[in-house]
Design a protein around this ligand. Structure first.
Ligand code: ATR
Length: 279
């Protein structure tokens, strides 16, 4: 039986994961498949119970299953437990393992596109306090960022996230952003501001150091308004597409036994899909 992997969500139409994994399967000449499967919340337990029968070696989990799937795993990685969400599953016999690779994906994207970033990253400003924000904070702290200012529209959510990580992460109200801007080395947008159809993220970039690196996890559009402004101001920027590509690496390696690389060809394939009109 060929090795099969999946991405499950509800809805699932817009997932670009099949394009990514399909590209790698072809590139490495592997006899495997990666499929998009719509699974309702009610059907999740029975879908996961029957993986073995269907030749599934694992897969990705997206909205709304990232939290619910935790209770159905036999083992969770420390990262998944800490973040309270799973995006990658793999099977070993009857055992189902759950991990979260969003933080690894975020960091690998910086390593690839701004290789020296960690030499100048004592203080990071993270905007947004959702699931992605937690994974990114976890990644930044594990790479030695000393201090993180966490800003969110709803302050209580920022406080909740900060309390998970201890004194290196400080929750701030949106009105305090301008105060910290002159001190930060890295700015990360994890909110949906700047996404197609949403208002832009407004930051007074005239107040930041010339050495600041600005990154966004939004990748539709590829260049969000805040990245355009940062570039115009002469700042280094990294867009969000690389995080999507890099978070897929650990899963592919687990399921198919080959560590894939994120190449310009893969990026071009996804860019093409982003810019083409979707019906
Ligand atoms: P994810 O899991 O992808 O991070 P999420 O949990 O929906 O997504 O989080 C979205 C983030 O964008 C939140 O930080 C949200 O702020 P709130 O916690 O206050 O809702 C932020 N966000 C969304 N729309 C926003 C807006 N118009 N202005 C400011 N922040 C916004």
């Amino acid at each position: 039986m060929i090795k099969r992997a999946f991405v499950i969500g509800y809805p699932i139409k817009h997932s670009r994961s099949p394009l990514i994994h399909g590209h790698w399967l072809k590139q490495y000449g592997l006899d495997g498949a990666y499929e998009k499967i719509k699974v309702s919340p009610e059907a999740l337990p029975s879908f996961l119970r029957k993986l073995d029968d269907q030749g599934f070696v694992g897969g990705n989990v997206t909205i709304p299953h990232k939290e619910a799937v935790m209770a159905l795993c036999s083992t969770l990685s420390q990262t998944a437990r800490m973040l309270g969400a799973v995006n990658t599953l793999w099977r070993d016999g009857q055992h189902l393992f759950g991990d979260n690779t969003d933080g690894i994906g975020f960091i690998a994207n910086l390593d690839q596109n701004a290789p020296d970033w960690s030499h100048n990253a004592a203080h990071a400003l993270v905007l947004g306090a959702g699931g992605a924000s937690r994974a990114i904070i976890h990644g930044l702290l594990s790479r030695g960022v000393e201090r993180i200012s966490l800003v969110n529209r709803t302050l209580s959510r920022a406080e909740e996230v900060a309390s998970l990580f201890g004194p290196r992460v400080m929750a701030l109200a949106w009105s305090d952003v301008s105060e910290v801007l002159p001190d930060v080395d890295l700015i990360v947008n994890t909110t949906s501001l700047g996404m197609a159809g949403q208002p832009p993220l407004e930051l007074d970039l005239d107040r930041v150091k010339d050495t600041v690196l600005v990154t966004d996890i939004v990748y539709v559009p590829l260049e969000t308004p805040v990245l355009t402004k940062a570039k115009a101001r002469g700042l280094k920027t990294v867009d969000g597409l690389g995080m999507l590509l890099h978070q897929a690496v650990p899963g592919f390696e687990r399921w198919f036994g080959q560590k894939p690389t994120v190449t310009p060809e893969l990026r071009a394939l996804i860019v093409e899909d982003i810019i083409k009109p979707h019906g």
